[in-house]
Write a protein that binds this ligand. Structure first.
Ligand code: SB7
Ligand code: NI
Length: 191
């Protein structure tokens, strides 16, 4: 089981490397890692399990964050509708790639955080509002999905990890709360 002990933190060189693409068929160690990354997210969002194992809640995690420099991430974004039990977007993404995106940008009103960053970093993180994402499932099946708003932001944060980019690299160092022209600010989750 993945816990916070397996999550590497800022300063670890793997977080600044470009991760390697995977080739199919995946070996079982990679299939298992994908499933473990998704299980971590689901566990981290369960208040009892999260408390018991001291997990920080997360909606995404990338393989480099557990020191595996491969192009794999898991995303588990719960539904905004508390009545619905199906997540808004939940997937293990292998070799994910944004093939097109909107000109329109968005950002979260509370900024972003990261499981690999044990401090609050204030500031807006501009992201594409809509993305078209191509990726492979663990089986090798190719998928193409369109995402917008929060799920699109999460996928951009995770793909950044595959390229050695941290969320705060996008924050304006002169004025962290300066908003680019025409950006839409998204109320994060509880709104
Ligand atoms: C806010 C949080 C995340 C993504 C986008 C906005 C995920 C945080 C967890 N991670 O560190 C995943 O890399
Ligand atoms: Ni992160």
């Amino acid at each position: 089981m993945i816990t916070m002990n397996e999550v590497i933190r800022e300063g670890h060189p793997t977080l600044r490397k470009k991760a390697e693409p995977l080739t199919f068929p995946l070996d079982s160690s990679m299939t298992e890692l994908g499933e473990e990354l998704l299980a971590f997210l689901i566990n981290s969002q369960d208040p009892e399990i999260a408390e018991k194992y001291e997990l920080r809640p997360g909606v995404g995690i990338a393989a480099p964050q557990v020191d595996v420099s491969k192009r794999m991430v898991a995303v588990h974004v719960p539904s905004q509708d508390p009545e619905s039990s199906d997540p808004e977007f939940s997937a293990i993404l292998v070799n994910p790639k944004i093939v097109s995106h909107s000109v329109q940008q968005t950002c979260l009103s509370d900024g972003e955080g990261c499981l690999s960053v044990d401090r609050e970093v204030p500031g807006y993180v501009p992201r594409h509002k809509r993305v078209t994402l191509e990726y492979y499932e663990l089986t090798g099946e190719k998928k193409k999905v369109r995402l917008r708003d929060f799920p699109a932001i999460v996928v951009q944060h995770e793909i950044d990890h595959l390229n050695g980019v941290m969320f705060y690299d996008h924050i304006d160092p002169e004025n962290p709360l300066a908003l680019p022209d025409n950006i839409e600010v998204l109320g994060s989750e509880e709104e």
